[in-house]
Design a protein around this ligand. Sequence first.
Ligand code: NAD
Ligand code: ZN
Ligand code: ZN
Length: 346
Amino acid sequence: MQAVMLKPEHKLALEEVPKPSIDGPGQILVKVTTTAICGSDLHIKNGEIPIMPGTVIGHEFVGVVEEAAPDVRLFKPGDRVDVPACMWCGSCPSCQRGEVQYCETGGVWGGGFFKGRLMPGAQAEYVLVPGADMCALPIPDNVSDEQAILVGDVLGTGYHAVVEGGVGPGDTVAVFGCGPVGLCAIASAQLFSPARLFAIDVLPNRLALAESLGAEVIDASKVDPASYILGQTDMCGVDVAIEAVGMTATFNQGLGSLRRGGTLSIVGLFAEPVQLGLPILGLAGVRISMGLGNLGHMRKLMSLVSRGKLDLSALTTHTFPLSQAMEAYELFEHQKDKCIKVMLKP
Ligand code: NAD
Ligand code: ZN
Ligand code: ZN
């Protein structure tokens, strides 16, 4: 089967690899129908996330069950299935607390280990999914692949940022970054009826999409977002700021836009340390929450998508056959043609 493989010297290639087959309990063999390119795939390609060359990459995928091990209860051949970006065991202390993103034996597709097995990536024709009953989710008939694929990664993460920020009715919220994660955070925040929702980015097409999701947009290349937000909120600041970029500048702007006692909820991943002004932050009483997205919210999110209460179909801007994966990466890496989410069809 064909798969996107990490090669030495920060290169990717479409290569022929063996098709996996079921060899243990709890497994389903998924024929991938749609897989997406994520910013993390570029971090892997460029060596910022260290992965061994020779690994198949990709962690966002949906597909159809081709075969299920006899003990699998929830899936049978022909079922459409959404698989989360990382898997969890359900029984370790983190899982028992409901924090499945910190599962002690969990792993992410294309690099991690799960149940003692190295998990290959999902930009491939087939993926063998262990622990399917625990982590995977059936896709309702009225939910497209393009919508379902977001549930298992960027939507789960955006929603997590909103929940961790404690957004409630009447709150003021600022979302820094209108990439897939930030846009999903904006749509998720709207579920909780904030009074005002600001969205900050530097790219006009992404700001336009944020506006279509009901946000008041701020172009950070034109104004200082924190000063602008203070001016819009009687110099008080927002209740919740969400950081979905992963840069020192947006981290500081997020803090600078908060009211006293407000919460900065961070899901952006940082490549460098950031200095904290603790003397002032302590007096302002701000709370900072950060971490990986909890994909245990998937079932709830799939239900919201299926019932038309969350619609993020506008995020998918481009679709390529898997055979043109290199062209798709070229477009995504250089943000050509206003791309946001790029799908690959094996
Ligand atoms: P992305 O790169 O598509 O989005 C980042 C956005 O930030 C872009 O739209 C960019 O234009 C904008 N931006 C850049 N500079 C800015 C500035 N100065 N002010 C405002 N906006 C600015 O990435 P994404 O896929 O949306 O992911 C966002 C972040 O979330 C990344 O750091 C990613 O690694 C992280 N992430 C975290 C998790 C998790 O579990 N915590 C999961 C997925 C992604
Ligand atoms: Zn991803
Ligand atoms: Zn666990």
